[in-house]
Design a protein around this ligand. Structure first.
Ligand SMILES: Nc1nc2c(ncn2[C@@H]2O[C@H](COP(=O)(O)OP(=O)(O)OP(=O)(O)O)[C@@H](O)[C@H]2O)c(=O)[nH]1
Ligand SMILES: [Mg+2]
Ligand SMILES: [Zn+2]
Length: 414
C-alpha cells in the first residue's frame, strides 16, 4: 500500500500556478484525490508516482506532435490554468472535456526530458490514456509533460516503412480493449481475429462488441458465430439505436474501467461512445453518405463517462500491423492446443503424419476457414518479424504475458 510508504513526491496539483511557487513536497503521500479516481487513478498508480520524479499526475486525452491535451484535478476548480484561449486557437477540444467539475483541461508541451526520451524510443511518445507527470514550464504553455508513467497495458501497432520499423501506441492503460465490428452489412470474422490479436497483445481484457444488433434478423446466431472465433474473449451484441446490450459495458465503466474501441471505419465506434456517454461528444458518419471507407474520426481521444470510467475512441483501422506471435496463440487457442498433440513438435500441419490439427479438420471439429486465417496471420508475422525491431517485441512485458495466460486459464466465456 502506498500509504505505508513515505514519499518525497506530491501527488496532488499544487495550489499555485506559478512555476516558482511549487509547494514543498509533503513527508507522506496524500490519498488519491477524488477527481483522479474518476480518471481511473488507483493505489498501483499511486505507487508508480512514488517511484517517479516529482510532478503533477495527469491523464492524456489526446496527443499531438510535441504536446498533449491532458486532464488534471483542479482543487478548487479553476486553480490550474485551463488555457482556454489557446485551446480554441488550436482547433477546439471534445466538448465533454472542458473544465469538468474538479477536473481541468490543460494543454501541455513536451518537456526536454520527454523530447530526449522520444528521440531514443518512439514508443515513449505520450498516447491517449497515458498517465503523465506535469512540471511547470516557462514556455508557451504553463505546464510540460515530463514523464510518462510505465503503461499497464498498451495497444501497439507495428509500423514498417522503408526498412525501418517502429511501433505506435494506439491506446494506453485500457482495462478493456473492445474489438468493435458491425453486425451489418456483414461480420468479417478474419478482421475480428486480426483485431483480437492486437487486443490480446495489449495486456488488457479482450472483448468483441458487435454493433448494429438492431439490423440482422438473428443477432444471437451471429454473436454465437463470432464467439466461436473469439475463445477467451467476452462477446456482446449492442445497438446504439435501441440501447440494447449496453449493460455489460456500462457495468465495467461504472467500476471505473477504461474501455478502448478498435475497429474498422464505419463499425460504429463513435456512435457507441456517444451512447455510453449520453451525448454527441464525437461526430459519427451521417446516415446518407456515399463516402464508403471514409474515416469520420481522425484522432484518438479519451472521453469520460458521467457515471464513471472512460472510453477511448480511435479512428478506423485500415492496416493493422501485428506486433507479436504470442497473441496469435491466444486468438487461435484451440489450434495451439491441438498443435501440442501433433506427433512432431515442429509440425507445420500440412502433410505430416500424426498431425492433430489436420485430424481435427478431417473430422470437422476445426473449420478450414479458421486454419486458413491462422496461416495467413502467421505468414504475415513471419514476414514482418525480420523487419520489426526487437524493442517493439520487447514492449510486451513479462507481466502482460502472465496476464494473458491468466485469462486463458480462466476464460470469461466457457
Ligand atoms: N442501425 C444502427 N446503425 C448504427 C449503429 N451504430 C452505428 N450505426 C451507424 O453506423 C455508421 C457509422 O458509425 P460511426 O460511429 O461513425 O463509425 P466509426 O466506427 O466511428 O467510424 P470511423 O470514425 O470512421 O472509424 C453511422 O451511420 C451510424 O449511424 C447501431 O447500433 N444501429
Ligand atoms: Mg468514429
Ligand atoms: Zn500438426
Amino acid at each position: 500500500m502506498s500509504s505505508a510508504r513515505p514519499s518525497p513526491h506530491r501527488p496532488l496539483p499544487p495550489g499555485a500556478a506559478s512555476p516558482s511557487e511549487l509547494p514543498p513536497p509533503p513527508a507522506t503521500p496524500s490519498p488519491p484525490a477524488a477527481p483522479l479516481l474518476r480518471l481511473g487513478w488507483d493505489d498501483a498508480w499511486q505507487e508508480a508516482l512514488a517511484a517517479a520524479p516529482q510532478g503533477v499526475p495527469a491523464r492524456v486525452v489526446r496527443s499531438g506532435r510535441g504536446r498533449c491535451d491532458v486532464l488534471v484535478p483542479a482543487d478548487p476548480p479553476g486553480q490550474l490554468p485551463t488555457d482556454a484561449a489557446r485551446r480554441r486557437a488550436d482547433g477546439g477540444l471534445p466538448p465533454d472535456l472542458g473544465a469538468d467539475g474538479n477536473l481541468a483541461h490543460v494543454l501541455a508541451a513536451w518537456a526536454p526530458t520527454l523530447e530526449r526520451a522520444v528521440a531514443a524510443d518512439p514508443l515513449a511518445v505520450p498516447a491517449a490514456g497515458d498517465w503523465v507527470l506535469l512540471t511547470p514550464s516557462a514556455g508557451r504553455h504553463p505546464w510540460a509533460v515530463a514523464v510518462v508513467l510505465p503503461r499497464r497495458t498498451a495497444v501497439v501497432r507495428a509500423q514498417v516503412a522503408q526498412g525501418s520499423s517502429h511501433g505506435q501506441v494506439l491506446a494506453a492503460n485500457a482495462d478493456v480493449v473492445a474489438v468493435v465490428e458491425g453486425m451489418a452489412p456483414d461480420v468479417d470474422l478474419a478482421r475480428v481475429e486480426r483485431l483480437l490479436a492486437l487486443a490480446w497483445s495489449s495486456g488488457a481484457e479482450p472483448w468483441v462488441v458487435l454493433t448494429k444488433a438492431d439490423l440482422p434478423t438473428d443477432p444471437a446466431a451471429l454473436a454465437a458465430e463470432v464467439a466461436d472465433v473469439a475463445p477467451g474473449a467476452r462477446v456482446v451484441a449492442v445497438s446504439a439505436v435501441t440501447g440494447a446490450g449496453l449493460e455489460p459495458l456500462r457495468d465495467r465503466l461504472g467500476a471505473g474501467a477504461t474501455v478502448a474501441l478498435l475497429g474498422a471505419s464505419g463499425a460504429g465506434k463513435s456512435t457507441l461512445l456517444n451512447a455510453l456517454v449520453g451525448g454527441d461528444v464525437m461526430t459519427t458518419r451521417a446516415l446518407r453518405t456515399d463516402g464508403k471507407g471514409r474515416h469520420t474520426t481522425v484522432t484518438r481521444e479519451l472521453h469520460l463517462v458521467p457515471d464513471g470510467g472512460a472510453v477511448l475512441d480511435t479512428p478506423g483501422l485500415r492496416t493493422i500491423g501485428l506486433a507479436g506471435q504470442e497473441a496469435l496463440d491466444d486468438v487461435f487457442v484451440e489450434i495451439d492446443d491441438l498443435a501440442r498433440q501433433c506427433r512432431f513438435s515442429d509440425c507445420a500441419h500440412r502433410t505430416e503424419p500424426g498431425c492433430a490439427v489436420l485430424a481435427a479438420i478431417e473430422d470437422g471439429t476445426l473449420p478450414q476457414r479458421r486454419l486458413d486465417s491462422h496461416r495467413k496471420l502467421l505468414r504475415e508475422l513471419e514476414h514482418q518479424a525480420a523487419r520489426v525491431d526487437a524493442r517493439l517485441r520487447a514492449a510486451q512485458t513479462g507481466r502482460e504475458r502472465a496476464r494473458r495466460r491468466a485469462y486463458r486459464r480462466h476464460p470469461l466465456r466457457p
